[in-house]
Design a protein around this ligand. Structure first.
Ligand code: PMV
Length: 361
């Protein structure tokens, strides 16, 4: 599928009003996307676990309007109007209007909420943009009931990408790949695809406990962060490394090779942060407690041989990754040794999930 497939030809139906509601999860990248070209085209491919618990639920009540000059929408976040969120939606609507030509025909009442605490340092843009895109596709499907499922989900991922790059990996589960790679069939820079190769059972129920080390606003927005890769002295080597890591992951994911998995995932996390430390301007997004946790994980793994590892986003929080059959002992380890490094001892238990779902009623 290409961008051309997402330009609708005509609509057969124009309901006066309607209501749609979807829940979309967050995701955590194993091979990281860091660096992009306009518009939201990744500099390198990435692959992620779709999560389950950390999610955004969004509903849209839509009503036909007379005037069709401008977009018209209200936005409620966790029950309250949020004017400050509106410019992001406005920009998103402008970007996707070409693909959703009905946008100016309706007024939209958008209500959205997150399952995780606001300002927990967990990025809500992936789940938020994915949930919004699912709602918009659901409306488009009412205008064009013939649309098949492949187009529905692929276009949802395509739209989500235009909202926030990594959001395109939050539409489907369990593992999603995004970014053209010559050895990955159907891979595309324009949308995420379910990881097309064999995946061992162990990875289908993998656990991710998110340790909330620092709940404040991110010091570097991802827009600024991606831009730091322009003219970065190590950019080309890093992009190539991501391509190579995707190749290297293929047999690891197929065989359930946990040792190989840990090496790539931890190296990817540290490389992401190394890119930020070596850019101009430079940033350190890890906090002292991030490093305490990493060292404790390494000690624990060495002593117990339990295959637990970490990954990081562009922030100080730590994602602790481990197989479901080690959950009991890892939970004990987290409570006894890691929770003390979290703000107010807080963490969120999540695991690999199935992607966006419609909420009925
Ligand atoms: O989707 P964005 O623009 O917020 O970028 C996300 C980048 C990372 O989370 C750091 C890595 C990734 O692949 O998700």
């Amino acid at each position: 599928m290409t961008e051309q497939d997402f330009l609708p030809k005509s609509y057969s139906n124009f309901p006066d009003n309607g209501f749609v509601k979807w829940k979309a999860p967050s995701n955590i990248a194993l091979v990281k996307y860091w660096g992009k070209k306009p518009v939201q085209i990744p500099a390198n491919p990435s692959v992620s676990f779709t999560l389950d618990t950390c999610a955004t639920t969004t509903s849209i009540a839509f009503t036909k309007k007379d005037e069709q000059e401008a977009f018209s929408f209200d936005l409620l976040f966790e029950g309250k109007p949020r004017e400050d969120f509106k410019p992001k939606i406005q920009t998103f609507f402008e970007r996707v209007e070409k693909y959703l030509p009905f946008l100016k025909e309706y007024h939209f009442q958008i209500e959205t909420s997150n399952s995780f605490p606001h300002s927990s340092g967990i990025a809500s843009s992936a789940s938020g943009m994915a949930a919004l895109s699912m709602c918009l596709m659901d409306i488009e499907k009412q205008l064009n009931p013939e649309m098949d499922d492949t187009l529905f989900y692929t276009k949802a991922s395509f739209l989500a990408r235009l909202g926030s790059g990594s959001a395109c990996r939050s539409v489907k589960g369990d593992l999603v790949q995004w970014g053209a790679h010559e050895n990955i069939p159907n891979s595309s820079d324009e949308f995420g695809v379910p990881y097309p190769f064999e995946v061992h059972e162990v990875f289908k129920s993998y656990c991710d406990t998110i340790l909330l080390v620092h709940k404040g606003e991110k010091q570097v927005s991802s827009t600024v962060g991606h831009n730091l890769m322009h003219g970065h002295p190590y950019a080309e080597t890093r992009f190539q490394q991501a391509f190579d890591n995707l190749d290297a992951l293929k047999p690891i994911l197929a065989k359930g090779d946990l040792e190989g998995f840990i090496k790539i995932v931890e190296s990817e996390a540290l490389t992401l942060h190394a890119m930020m430390m070596t850019s101009m301007p430079y940033f350190i997004l890890m906090k002292p407690n991030t490093l305490e946790i990493i060292n404790k994980i390494w000690e624990y793994r060495e002593e117990t041989k339990v295959p637990v590892c970490f990954t990081l986003d562009a922030g100080a929080n730590v994602h602790v990754l481990y197989p479901l059959n080690h959950k009991e002992e890892v939970q004990k380890f987290i409570d006894q040794k890691l929770a003390q490094y979290c703000e107010n001892g807080q963490y969120i238990n999540d695991q690999v999930g199935k992607g966006a779902v419609e909420i009925k009623g």
